[in-house]
Design a protein around this ligand. Sequence first.
Ligand code: ZN
Ligand code: ZN
Length: 361
Amino acid sequence: MAGSHLSVVIDLSPSQWHLSSLHQPYPLDISAFISQLLAFLNAHIAFKHENTLAVFGAFPGKSTLLYSSADPPAETPSNDANYFPPLKLVDSTMMHRIVQNLETLTQNNGDDKAPSALVGALTKALCYINRLTLEFNAATTNATEGLEPLALPDSRILILSVSPDQTASYIPVMNSIFSAQKLKVTIDACQIYGPDTVFLQQAAHLTGGSYIYLERRDALLQYLTMAFLPPPSVRQTISVPTQDKIDFRAACFCHKNIIDVGFVCSVCLSIFCQPVPVCSTCRQVLLTKFPFKTLQRLNAARSSLPSSPSQPRNSSAPSSPQKTNGRTPSRTEAPLGPGGLPHSGSISLNNSTTNGAISSR
Ligand SMILES: [Zn+2]
Ligand SMILES: [Zn+2]
């Protein structure tokens, strides 16, 4: 049986790690984090001979490949009888490249307050898995016989984040999630420091992965080995901790704010925080305007909505089409589903809430 592939995306924002090292009661600094991470990566390599590994670093404004078992670095580690060479190779290569990247960051007077390029690193991880999938299919007979390409078995991405959500990256994150679903890649996420991130919760939920908010940061390695070391195929037989509460809110395309109630363009599924006459995303294609009367009605209904930011979001309406099992009702399911056809040549804005408070007709 083939091994499993693990791509790890690590958030290496110096400012966020500095805050994490000062945060009581469980401070965790970057060096302690890296030593625990290396132990986890070594465990994955040692788990099975066929296991493969890639590590991507998200630095402020830049993402880069730190280690790949498919392209092993040229330098061979010195012979140390107490060290298994593949493990030594991971450790020395990772450390070397992290230090190198952080040094160039300071040399170039880089803005270390810039947000981490987490999405860039995630996209690179997906491209990497896509490449492995192509190689995997070329090695099997499926490609030559014109059959459906196979997904790389047991491939997953683990995101270790210390940064808060960047609402501007909502669209690229959602696109990455769709790509991951298509590649049958599981995305796991662990928020080590800072507030819960809505986007990583959704990424894990929509790809069948696990999202963990680290309460006890000193127990990082324990969380990593217990929850994230078993490959997805094994997790069906063990109990991996998952979030029982998922924040399904989306960010509006106009202001990049995370919103409770939104309006969805039924043509391109763009999300807006208020009804707009022309969809800013697809207006190039559809130059028709939304009827002014309907707009007025939508706006009026919006102001009379019971939903406000202070209202708890877990009130499941009886008209909700989904079984929510006590979770917050999904508000982003609507943009994921098929949109209605434009009504008599105009763009119709459908309300994305599941509580049916607003009818778009
Ligand atoms: Zn907006
Ligand atoms: Zn549109």
